[in-house]
Design a protein around this ligand. Structure first.
Ligand code: C2E
Ligand code: CA
Ligand code: CA
Ligand code: CA
Length: 276
């Protein structure tokens, strides 16, 4: 789901369709999903574009409903945002991720930084940075192991405030990535004002990268811009060897996508980590 300011929660009331009973019952079910333990984090590998080695991962939320089965995030995240449930869910994600990182570390795994997706509502909370710090502290996780993925519209909404928050996150020692980069409506001028570490090139550009010159040109421009600003460039939605070759040529630093692996349950992903 895109968290564009235009159709994000803050404007939702305007264009909102009458809530269908299906929507309401799903919202009701989501409310109890947390308590019932129906949510889980799966982990997708991110590899170095240079040698294909695992260098990071992204934690992606999964909901298994007892009757409906697997409900994709693109269906329940928007609901969670509209209902405010994304706040307890977002806290659960950060806590569960930190707990998992601590467990892998205790097992002597070879650790890589893992990213959590942050929703606009979470980022806007005055206590957001404190809650991230608290999750790290609770599980005694080195901040360098945590990356937060934000979107352009989240930081563009109140640039001064976002810049301050990003400075605070940087001071904690974690990394910040801009997700779905290139799909927002923001000017690029803000990039230099923010303490960022990575740009994730949106899948929509990667998907077409070998079918026409336009998307290739866009990705080349994003990579050039990002590198000039000292940022790491991550491409997502990498599905084929052909895409890998093009993204390498264009200078992307790291790659994520089904070509390397889908998001997997923690126990399965742990096999990729090996022992330190
Ligand atoms: P996203 O953050 O852009 O995550 C990438 C999505 O692309 C994931 O979908 C992932 O499974 C999918 N993907 C990865 N590689 C490929 C590929 O090679 N090809 C294709 N076609 N797709 C690929 P997923 O897991 O369904 O998540 C969808 C969206 O839901 C995420 O997009 C993110 O915006 C949101 N989301 C997921 N987990 C969380 C969470 O914990 N918190 C919040 N706030 N949002 C989340
Ligand atoms: Ca997204
Ligand atoms: Ca993401
Ligand atoms: Ca993305």
């Amino acid at each position: 789901a895109k968290e564009d300011g235009r159709n994000g929660i803050e404007f939702f009331a305007d264009g909102m369709a009458a809530p269908t009973s299906e929507r309401l019952s799903l919202e009701h079910a989501l409310r109890r999903a947390l308590e019932r333990g129906e949510l889980a984090l799966h982990y997708q590998p991110v590899v170095s574009a240079v040698d294909g080695q695992l260098i990071a991962a992204e934690a992606l939320l999964r909901w298994t409903h007892p009757e409906l089965g697997n409900i994709p995030p693109d269906r329940f995240i928007p609901l969670a945002e509209e209902s405010g449930l994304i706040l307890p869910i977002g806290n659960w994600v950060l806590d569960t991720l930190c707990q998992q990182l601590a467990a892998w570390q205790a097992e002597g795994r070879h650790m890589v930084p893992v990213a959590a997706n942050i929703s606009p509502l979470q980022f806007r909370r005055a206590d957001f940075v404190a809650s991230v710090a608290e999750a790290l502290r609770r599980h005694d996780v080195p901040p360098g192991l945590l990356t937060l993925e934000l979107t352009e519209s989240m930081v563009m909404r109140d640039v001064e405030r976002a810049a301050r928050q990003l400075d605070e996150l940087k001071a904690l020692g974690l990394s910040v990535a801009i997700d779905d980069f290139g799909t927002g409506y923001s000017s690029l001028a803000y990039l230099k004002r923010f303490a960022l570490d990575k740009l994730k090139v949106d899948q929509s550009f990667v998907r077409e990268i070998n079918t026409g010159p336009e998307d290739r040109a866009i990705v080349a421009a994003i990579v050039g811009l990002g590198h000039n600003l000292g940022l790491e460039l991550v491409a997502e939605g990498v599905e084929t060897g052909e895409m890998v070759n093009t993204l390498r040529e264009l200078g992307c630093d790291s790659l994520q996508g089904w070509h390397y692996g889908k998001a997997e349950p923690a126990a399965q992903f742990a096999d990729r980590l090996g022992r330190a």
